[in-house]
Write a protein that binds this ligand. Structure first.
Ligand code: FE2
Length: 319
């Protein structure tokens, strides 16, 4: 099961024009294609689209996309879905002729693909770059009521590798960061009511680009959409800025984590009550960040019910 990296996210939004004004107009994502009620966007480094926005009656998340390394990888994932009795089906999308959608045992609507039509390379067409210069999708972070079980499953069955984790004094796992592509994560599990999406993240070229994004939102009088940051994470060491899009979907602008390709890399342990894990500089994290997330859809487009977490409460240092 050779998953290469996180590949795309598909969101349901309530007003496509309003969402495009945010993603394309303010943040500078490249709008590559529109079809029906959907728009396909990418960052400046990407050769494939990575964000699909579909206008729908409610805000939700339809698919968490992962690229695999070959057609055979898709067949292996199909065999896994069949062996586990997981809901699954093949679909085609714009530029992606074969997408295997699978609802995993925890409810997450995964989508796997190999072949993708390549878009023109614009990385060095700097005169075309807009906004803070969003480069590529970096990771997905999902709420889970069963972080320990999901972490183990993704390691053992899907080949993800653990880079960092948070646990309490009793050794209970509250959050985990797992990768395939060689930086800190492609997916992270966070304790909480789930399954829900906590956030998705795009890579920016450097910390100044993160500050530019904050300035752009401030200039546009959109500071209500800045939820947290800018700052530096303890976990991952990355610079971050968390935004809420017009539907409340949480987007992280992210840069400067580190290389994790060594197969024997020891994971980093963080104590739940260490405030440096979330912001290295010690800033407090807003309560909304621990509680708010986006619901998922099942393969039929129905809202997926959530389950409460068995680990209750939020860390002491949170306001
Ligand atoms: Fe993140």
């Amino acid at each position: 099961m050779a998953i290469v990296r996180v590949g795309f996210l598909e969101l349901w939004v309530r007003d496509l024009e309003r969402s495009l004004e945010f993603y394309e107009g303010l943040l500078g994502f490249r709008l590559e294609h529109r079809e029906g009620h959907s728009a396909y966007l990418r960052g400046y480094e990407e050769l494939e689209w990575s964000l699909k926005l579909t206008e729908a009656p409610m805000a939700a998340v339809r698919a968490l996309g992962f690229k695999v390394d070959a057609e055979e990888g898709l067949e292996a994932l199909m065999a896994w879905a069949e062996a586990e009795g997981l809901p699954h089906r093949l679909e085609a999308d714009w530029g992606r002729p074969k997408v295997l959608r699978v609802q995993d045992p925890f409810g997450y609507p995964l989508a796997f693909y190999f072949r993708a039509e390549k878009l023109p390379r614009v990385l060095q067409d700097y005169h075309l770059h807009r906004g803070p210069g969003v480069l590529r999708i970096d990771h997905l972070n999902v709420f889970s009521p069963e972080v320990a079980e999901a972490t183990r499953y993704y390691q053992e069955r899907l080949g993800f590798r653990l880079t960092e984790y948070t646990e309490d004094e009793e050794g209970r796992l509250w959050a985990s960061w797992l990768h395939r592509k060689g930086n800190v994560h492609d997916i992270a599990f966070t304790n909480g009511e789930g399954p829900r999406l906590h956030h998705f993240a795009y890579w920016l070229p450097d910390p100044l680009a993160i500050l530019k994004a904050a300035d752009i939102l401030a200039g546009a009088r959109r500071t209500d959409q800045i939820e947290r940051g800018p700052g530096r994470h303890g976990i991952s060491n990355a610079m971050f800025l968390y935004l809420k899009d017009p539907d409340g979907h949480r987007l992280e602008l992210y840069t400067s984590d580190y290389l994790t390709v060594d197969p024997d890399l020891p994971p980093v342990r963080w104590s739940l009550n260490d405030p440096r894990r979330q912001t290295l500089w010690g800033h407090r994290t807003p309560k909304s960040w621990f509680l708010e997330g986006s619901p998922f859809l099942d393969l039929e487009g129905r809202l997926l019910p959530t389950r409460p977490s068995r680990l209750l409460g939020i860390p002491e240092h949170v306001t």
